[in-house]
Design a protein around this ligand. Structure first.
Ligand code: GDP
Length: 189
C-alpha cells in the first residue's frame, strides 16, 4: 500500500500550520525556504505525513535557488510516486487569484498551477487544500475562480473529493480530514 501523504505549497500559505494540525508535530525551526535536506516525515497510524520545502515567490531569494527547490520537489515526486498515497497541495486561497492574475498578464503560469498540473500528470491523487478561507468574504465565488484557474470546471462543489476549503490557523480542517480518511479507508477495505 502506498503510504505517504505529502504536503507541498508555496512559502507562507500556511503549510507548517496545517502540518501541525494534522500531525500534532511542529515543523522544525530553521526549515525555511531553501533548506532542501530530507523532508520531515511523521508516522500516524499506517501512513507517513511528509513536509516538503516551501517554494517560489521568496523575497531575498535568488531565482537559481528557487529553481533548485522546485527541482528537488519534482524529483521527490518522480522517485517516490509509488509510495505516495496523496499529495496535498496547499494554497493561500485569499491571495491565489490575485497572483494568478498578475502572472497571467505577463503570459506566465504560476509555479502553483505548473506544479498542480505536474502532480496530476504523474497520475498522483492530488487534493487542493484551499487555506485561509477565514479571510474570504465570498467563499463560493473565490473557490469557483480557483478551480477554474487549475483547469477544473466550476462549480467547485462538484470536486468535494479534490478540493478542501480550510482555515488551518483556526483548526478548521474537517473537509481535508474527510478526504484523507476516505482515501486511507479505501486501502484498508
Ligand atoms: P508556511 O510558510 O506555508 O509553512 O506558512 P506558515 O504555516 O508559517 O503560515 C504563514 C502565515 O500564515 C502565519 O502568519 C500563519 O499564522 C498564517 N496562517 C496560516 N494558516 C492560516 C489560516 O488558515 N488563516 C489565516 N488568516 N492565516 C493563516
Amino acid at each position: 500500500m502506498p503510504k505517504e501523504i505529502v504536503l507541498i505549497g508555496r512559502s507562507n500559505v500556511g503549510k507548517s500550520t496545517l502540518f501541525r494540525e494534522l500531525t500534532g508535530k511542529k515543523v522544525r525551526i530553521g526549515r525555511r525556504p531553501g533548506i532542501t535536506r530530507e523532508p520531515m516525515k511523521v508516522k500516524m497510524g499506517n501512513a507517513f505525513y511528509v513536509d516538503m520545502p516551501g517554494f517560489g515567490f521568496m523575497r531575498n531569494f535568488p531565482g537559481q535557488e528557487q529553481e533548485r527547490i522546485k527541482d528537488f520537489i519534482l524529483d521527490y515526486f518522480e522517485q517516490n510516486q509509488d509510495d505516495i498515497l496523496l499529495a496535498i497541495h496547499v494554497i493561500d486561497a485569499s491571495s491565489f487569484s490575485n497572483i494568478a492574475e498578475r502572472w497571467g498578464c505577463r503570459g506566465e503560469v504560476t509555479i502553483e498551477i505548473e506544479l498542480f498540473d505536474f502532480l496530476n500528470n504523474l497520475g498522483l491523487d492530488v487534493v487542493l487544500a484551499a487555506n485561509k478561507m477565514d479571510r474570504i468574504a465570498n467563499p463560493d465565488d473565490a473557490l469557483d475562480a480557483i478551480v477554474e484557474k487549475l483547469g477544473m470546471l466550476p462549480p467547485w462543489k462538484q470536486w468535494l473529493d479534490r478540493v478542501a476549503p480550510i482555515s488551518a490557523k483556526f483548526g478548521e480542517i474537517e473537509p481535508l480530514k474527510k478526504i484523507i480518511n476516505s482515501k486511507l479507508q479505501s486501502f484498508h477495505n
